[in-house]
Design a protein around this ligand. Structure first.
Ligand code: CU
Length: 471
């Protein structure tokens, strides 16, 4: 009251007295009066303004009708539901606060307004009070109390979202039975997500991700989990801060370089595909850093593990050709696959791991020299995934079910055309880059490589292709 009072008093006299004082509150009136417009047209204007705002609100709200990142529908796990129920309670608290504040404001206006227009400057303001211990105490104490209660419940809920996992999944890994404490290492980098599955005895909490051994299974952009199991996520980053968020399954957790998050958990109670998006601004292609979680029934998950544990499938002559290359001979490539193997080893293996095609040439150190983050997607099982380049292009066309050669060709022609990056060395002293450079491949090289990538694993289930399909 006092502040408003002062600011009005400071205004020039003309605007303080009589009718004009309203114009300080409603600029539209000043405009109308200044231009000699009738009061009617200014009312029309105000109405038009309000109508525009309401229209914009309704219109833009409609845009989010089937938003894949909707936090309030399509909840598929206990963590997401806990967050949602808490949100619901919080919303009612905010409704109550809103209603109360509105009521107080209305009452102040109703009681203290000046009725009629027979008033003078002197009785324009009701008598002002300087202090009122009760009102001040309540107006500070009640909000503080509400916030404290909300804080306590927030902290309790937050701790529940962390994993204290005790569950074990028995898996068949390359012929041996493994007791897997479901854990996935999540690594963000500019601008895609990597998921690592370590079945061996790797103490992930103790070691930094940068120095972990190559995982048993490594995927990009797509995390596959068994339904009904609590999965512990170890979230970190190779370069800058990112944030991992799958709204249907849990809240978000930052991926901080050099740090391992407190284990976050997710659990899906039904098979399905759940989307996410990096939610911490991380530079140029932040918006093109998406991901999906695919939840599968235990048997389907086991089948997925089996497929991911096999190297790139090469047969007969092609395997012999590769063996000769590895042995240091220079055999002549006789078909497209063999040409692709040679090209891959020559132009791609410095960054990409492809087991049984070029793992002998790949080294973490060499990758780190070229890439700021020090990693590129593992391409051994490229065709078992459904999107690439941070989830912005389809590996398999959701309409036709065919391998999406068109987009892959475009990518190999010049990745920066598909997804903005900094795949040029920063300067002469620093050869490192972020993203995949234009390798100036010939049409034949691209055709061969598309064939190689198309055969990199089995086509995934139809429902995954349909649900993950991007437009
Ligand atoms: Cu990011």
């Amino acid at each position: 009251m006092t502040a408003a009072n002062n600011s009005l008093r400071d205004l020039p006299d003309s605007s303080r007295s009589g009718k004009l004082s309203q114009s300080t509150v409603i600029p539209a009136m000043t405009l109308a009066e200044g231009t000699g417009m009738t009061p009617n047209s200014s009312v029309a204007r105000r109405f038009a303004r309000v109508a525009l705002v309401v229209f914009a609100m309704v219109f833009f709200a409609a845009c989010a009708g089937d938003a894949e990142l909707d936090t309030r529908t399509d909840l598929a796990g206990p963590e997401a539901r806990d967050i949602e129920s808490f949100m619901r309670i919080l919303l009612w608290v905010t409704y109550a606060v809103f209603a109360f504040v509105m009521f107080i404001s209305f009452e102040a206006w109703r009681r203290f307004r000046i009725k009629g227009d027979d008033y003078t400057d002197d009785d324009e303001w009701p008598e002002q009070e300087d202090e009122n211990a009760l009102i001040e105490g309540l107006s500070n104490g009640v909000p503080a109390l509400i916030l404290a209660v909300v804080a306590v419940f927030t902290i309790i809920l937050h701790n529940q979202l962390n994993s204290d996992e005790t569950n074990v999944v028995t898996l068949d890994v390359a012929g041996a039975s493994v007791e897997w404490e479901p854990q996935v290492v999540v690594v963000g980098q500019q601008w895609w997500w990597e998921y690592q599955y370590h079945f061996g005895d790797v103490d992930i909490d103790q070691e930094r991700v940068q120095t972990l051994p190559v995982a048993d299974i490594v995927t990009a952009t797509q995390m596959v989990i068994p339904v009904g199991q609590e999965i512990e996520l170890e979230i970190t980053s190779r370069d800058v801060i990112h944030s991992h968020w799958i709204p249907s399954l849990n809240g978000k957790r930052d991926a901080v370089p050099g740090r391992q998050s407190a284990p976050w958990k997710i659990q899906a109670d039904r098979p399905g595909v759940f989307f996410g998006q990096c939610t911490e601004f991380c530079g140029l292609s932040h918006s093109r850093m998406r991901m999906q979680v695919v939840a599968l029934e235990p048997a389907d998950f086991q089948a997925w593990v089996d497929a991911q544990m096999t190297g790139y499938p090469l047969e007969g002559d092609d395997q012999a050709y590769l063996d000769a290359l590895v042995a240091g001979d220079s055999p002549t490539a006789e078909n497209s696959t063999q040409r692709a193997i040679a090209t891959f080893r020559g132009k791609c293996a410095s960054c990409h791991l492809m087991e049984n095609v070029a793992d002998d040439m790949w080294s973490q150190e060499r990758v780190a020299e070229q890439l700021v983050a020090g990693a590129a997607p593992n391409l051994t099982h490229f065709a078992t995934r459904t999107t690439f380049a941070g989830g912005i292009r389809n590996v398999w066309d959701p309409e036709t079910g065919e391998f999406n050669e068109t987009d892959l060709r475009e990518w190999l022609m010049n990745p920066a055309d598909v997804k903005a990056n900094y795949a040029e060395p920063a300067n002469d002293d620093d050869p490192r880059m972020r993203g995949m450079p234009n390798l100036n491949l010939t049409t034949e090289e691209i055709d061969d490589l598309v064939g190689l990538l198309k055969a990199a694993g089995e086509k995934p289930a139809e429902f995954i292709i349909e649900e993950t399909g991007v437009e």
